[in-house]
Ligand binder design. Structure first.
Ligand SMILES: Cc1cc2nc3c(=O)[nH]c(=O)nc-3n(C[C@H](O)[C@H](O)[C@H](O)COP(=O)(O)OP(=O)(O)OC[C@H]3O[C@@H](n4cnc5c(N)ncnc54)[C@H](O)[C@@H]3O)c2cc1C
Length: 381
């Protein structure tokens, strides 16, 4: 940025939870000209349901979005041996936690709609796939899109997920790879499995030797009719990534019933009956990818990574959306602070990014060390 008099131009790349949250938080600040680019031709979430836990409720509250999100209240989570159905444990949220912070399982589309409702109109540009970035020596970053258009921004926010093009350009040596976990996910009508014992009314994990089946309602009764109530099925299978020869894709490719059910043939009848109810053509496959920790989340004093782009952790204990939303909120607070103390300037921008990095890098270091110490997603209920 050359002159102090004009606003910062900030370009967000990607409109998942991270990009949308950053758009809400930053659009409330003065002296900022904001644009969000998304490669999809329409905004639609894939991947069934999402867990909203305490940290996610807190940031949704700060963003003014919490009241628009409902979903299934997880008053009890049941863990079973997936092969013989033996009950292993039941967990419930702490009675000390106010009800508004209790975990819920929510349709991803509903979280996305709730966030979108708070993004100012006209801010998002669809059909804009970022293909390249250029660090301009006289200020700013040039963004080049697949349709041949370009833009120049004072700050680029990479919110473009685990396969981030922004990260690829800013940190070309960083690579992600298949972790060995394949996840298949679907939402089906809850009525189609309500006759199966112990399945339809609560969230349950059916643990097996090389994976698990996860079942959960995703609706609050107030937001749907009984006929439209949906039920989430998410099943995982683990292979050795070093010996696996199959070509893997990252996100949401169709899978046949046969491909999915083949991995759960030894499971309890209730699991097999539930999987059998998924109509052909509905399963989506997600191969989990992850990469090493980035030591810094900013580059050139004018680029920042948030959400999955910044901490390619693959699933991140079922809290990845919360981390992404927190990132956007914290960046907005850092910019607000430095703009107020230094006036909007290149220096203020650089200081804000340094504050962000100083807060978030150690946070992601702690999360990663928990992952490396073997904590799994189901231990963060
Ligand atoms: C199986 C599974 C289960 C999960 N369960 C949970 C859960 O229960 N709770 C939870 O909080 N988290 C969960 N997560 C993690 C969560 O989904 C992610 O952490 C979260 O979606 C990250 O948000 P994001 O905005 O950073 O990235 P994304 O949601 O990946 O969004 C990135 C956006 O960028 C767009 N984009 C990508 N490339 C470009 C480009 N070149 N140009 C323009 N746009 C681009 C994409 O189209 C997309 O809209 C789960 C993840 C997985 C894989």
């Amino acid at each position: 940025m050359s002159k102090n008099s004009r606003p910062f131009r900030i370009a967000i790349v990607g409109c998942g939870p991270g990009g949308l949250g950053a758009a809400i938080a930053l659009s409330a600040l003065p002296n900022i000209e904001l644009v969000a680019y998304e490669k999809a031709h329409e905004l639609q979430e894939i991947g069934a349901g999402i867990r909203i836990g305490y940290n996610c409720w807190k940031v949704l509250e700060l963003l003014g979005v919490a009241g628009d999100v409902k979903g299934h209240l997880k008053s009890e989570v049941i863990h079973r041996n997936g092969l013989n159905g033996t009950l292993l444990k039941r967990t419930s949220p702490s009675p000390l936690l106010p009800l508004k912070y209790h975990p819920r399982r929510v349709r991803r589309t509903r979280l996305q709609s709730a966030l979108l409702k708070h993004v100012p109109e006209g801010l998002i540009q669809l059909n804009k796939q970022l293909v390249s970035l250029e660090n301009l020596q006289d200020g700013g970053v040039r963004l080049l899109f697949g349709d041949g258009t370009s833009d120049i921004a004072d700050l680029v926010i990479g919110a473009d997920g685990i396969r981030s093009v922004v990260r690829e350009h800013a940190f070309p040596d960083h690579k992600i790879k298949f972790t060995g976990t394949t996840i298949w996910r679907v939402l089906i009508p809850k009525s189609s499995i309500s006759h199966i014992p112990d399945v339809s009314e609560s969230t349950s994990w059916w643990h097996g030797p090389r994976g698990h089946a996860y079942f959960s309602p995703v609706d609050d009764r107030s937001e749907t009719t009984p006929e439209d109530e949906k039920f989430e099925i998410s099943v995982r299978y683990l292979v050795d990534p070093d010996t696996d020869k199959e070509r893997r894709f990252s996100w949401g490719v169709p899978a046949t019933k046969e491909r999915v059910e083949a991995h759960f043939k030894d499971y309890d009848t209730r699991v097999r009956q539930t999987l059998a109810k998924v109509p052909e053509g509905q399963w989506k496959e997600f191969a989990a990818f992850a990469g090493p920790r980035l030591r810094t989340l900013t580059k050139w004093n004018k680029l920042i990574l948030i959400g999955d782009a910044s901490h390619p952790l693959s699933g991140a204990f079922g809290s990845g959306a919360a981390f992404a939303l927190e990132d956007g909120w914290i960046l907005a607070r850092a910019l607000e602070y430095t703009n107020a103390t230094l006036r909007p300037s290149q220096q203020a921008l650089g200081e804000a990014l340094a504050i962000f990095d100083a807060l978030r890098s150690p946070y992601y270091l702690r999360i990663r060390s928990k992952a490396e110490n073997g904590k799994r997603e189901d231990q963060f209920e």
